[in-house]
Structures are given as C-alpha cells and as structure tokens.
Design a protein around this ligand. Sequence first.
Ligand SMILES: [Cu+2]
Length: 104
Amino acid sequence: MLAGFARITNPCDAPIIITGARSKRFADVSLHESKIVDGMSRMRAVPRLTVPARGAVSLQPGGLHLMLMGAQAPVKTGDRVEVELELEGGRTVRAEWPVRAAAR
Ligand SMILES: [Cu+2]
C-alpha cells in the first residue's frame, strides 16, 4: 500500500473536479482524506475533490492523499509511478510520481 502526495494546481478560470484516479501498476487507486477522530487517525474516501479556479489543493500526510493498493509488481524507491486523474466531464490528467521511502 502506498500513499501519494502532491500539490495540484489549477491555472484555469473554472474549478476542476477530480472524480477518481487509476494507475496501470495498481489494482485500485482512490482519493482519501485522513482526519483525527477521537484522537485516532481515520481515513475516508473522497468521491469528488474540487480544485478551485486559479487555486491549488495539497495532498499531504495527515490530510488528502492518493491511496494506491494492490501493486501489480513490487514498487521500489526510485521508481516512477504513472497515475491518471479522472476529471468531471471525462477528461484525464496524467502525472508521474517518484516513489520515496516511507517515513517511519
Ligand atoms: Cu488512505
């Protein structure tokens, strides 16, 4: 299981809405948000993520992140994982994420 973090910027005059994500290298990719509930970190799925017009959204530890599950092959530090973000309206945006060692 891997988590993906990034800053997503939207240079357009209209908001963009991310409705999903996929990667050839993982069986399942989803948007999650971590929240502290009763002192415990909990994750929930985020079905729609709005990136405001001329704004940005940060995927970061303890907050929004991409959850990558079911790797088709072992993923090593230094690999680059290609992820496609699905946008409302049917467009997709491709991004490449370098794999880093997990913080412990
Ligand atoms: Cu998660």
